[in-house]
Design a binder for this molecule. Sequence first.
Ligand SMILES: *[C@@H]1O[C@H](CO)[C@@H](O)[C@H](O)[C@H]1NC(C)=O
Ligand SMILES: *[C@@H]1O[C@H](CO)[C@@H](O)[C@H](O)[C@H]1NC(C)=O
Ligand SMILES: *[C@@H]1O[C@H](CO)[C@@H](O)[C@H](O)[C@H]1NC(C)=O
Ligand SMILES: *[C@@H]1O[C@H](CO)[C@@H](O)[C@H](O)[C@H]1NC(C)=O
Length: 427
Amino acid sequence: MVRPSAKHTSARLVLICVGLLGLALIADFLSASSPRFANSYISIASNWAPPLDISKPSLILTPKKTDDEVPEKGNHKNDTAHGRVLSATFADLPGPELKWENMAAAPVARLDGAAIQIKNLLFVFAGYGTIDYVHSHVDIYNFSDNTWGGRFDMPKEMAHSHLGMVTDGRYIYIVTGQYGPQCRGPTAHTFVLDTETKQWRDMPPLPVPRYAPATQLWRGRLHVMGGSKENRYTPGVDHWSLAVKDGKALEKEWRTEMPIPRGGPHRACIVVDDRLYLIGGQEGDFMAKPGSPIFKCSRRNEVVYGDVYMLDDEMKWKVLPPMPKPDSHIEFAWVVVNNSIVIVGGTTEKHPVTKKMTLVGEIFQFNLNTLNWSVLGKLPFRVKTTLVGFWNGWLYFTSGQRDKGPENPAPKKVIGELWRTKLKLSS
Ligand SMILES: *[C@@H]1O[C@H](CO)[C@@H](O)[C@H](O)[C@H]1NC(C)=O
Ligand SMILES: *[C@@H]1O[C@H](CO)[C@@H](O)[C@H](O)[C@H]1NC(C)=O
Ligand SMILES: *[C@@H]1O[C@H](CO)[C@@H](O)[C@H](O)[C@H]1NC(C)=O
Ligand SMILES: *[C@@H]1O[C@H](CO)[C@@H](O)[C@H](O)[C@H]1NC(C)=O
């Protein structure tokens, strides 16, 4: 998995060349409505591979070859200019191997859930169990005795995945998100949970529903930015805020704020030292297949990015150094430790030849003293949308979707596993 950097540079070149070729295919994706493309949607959707229960036929879709896809191996043209074929693991970055401890697994496996840490407790919400089944409850992990427990239900009207979520240390604000399984659209419903009493309350709904928006508390206001629009695909750049205090909205309506520079779902949104950061994410996502009564997921083109934007006193978006590689599906995959942001796993650009989704197997550190990114180390496997906590020197991650194996970074199993490693930051 660790690759010499010279190899990596040549992989970059290949990536650019093949990427240009890919533009033609992308155009096809976006304009497609003919049956030929309907087929290709279905086959590509198998990349998403959320199956937990592989006995469900709808989940094992055999990829069908169409002329807008290139088979994984065999007869595609080799990269003769460089005398090598791009390996499936082309996107892995070198980094230290870490010692990982496999802890008690969560009561359920979940994908695209959410997590909020309050002191020694990690509240883990919702998520897909399978593509056809979504959870509607909360599980709690106790870092002090390393056990799971305290399960309780979510309100029926609350979305089940792709939520915006943030805490003030007692109340958890839960914004919009996708309601239901497969690729249904988002709801505008918004809630607050008092973690001490386990009571839920309604909040004023967002002006319009959003899918996986960036959400943070900043200067007494709940901020919601970006995400995808109702179709799950079109990036939103809208930005709203609502004054809140102790789990109550102080206003009846959301205020429109300055739009964000780049829209889309699945990014990390973090406030440190009174500055608001937006990191990574993507434009585009899976959509419901047109006319499908179950809103069956079909894969569309996605552009993953590693951009970092920051808002401070000047109230103007500033561009900071980008991540070491594009990274998405990291909305709950971060912690802040010693003035560094630590980000775990995610997804990066798709493989330029096979077009498979590529997961990320590194932990990144963004040192806010130096604005320097580095690779802190390797995960036990590549994983996306994982849920992360930090306690007593240990970095924990649980849930999400892991890779097919060391040589295959495409997504496969939805997990409930919980892992930890001693975190050592670089200065
Ligand atoms: C591509 O490269 C592989 C390995 O070098 C080789 O075995 C294969 O014959 C090549 N295929 C083509 C179409 O050139
Ligand atoms: C977490 O574990 C500690 C140590 O066993 C215990 O004292 C505490 O009550 C637990 N917290 C919750 C909320 O269960
Ligand atoms: C940034 O981090 C990398 C990797 O740890 C290190 O080699 C480099 O010297 C650092 N640069 C600065 C300006 O701190
Ligand atoms: C954070 O800083 C404290 C104080 O300097 C240090 O003891 C601790 O080891 C640091 N934590 C990590 C994870 O590097």
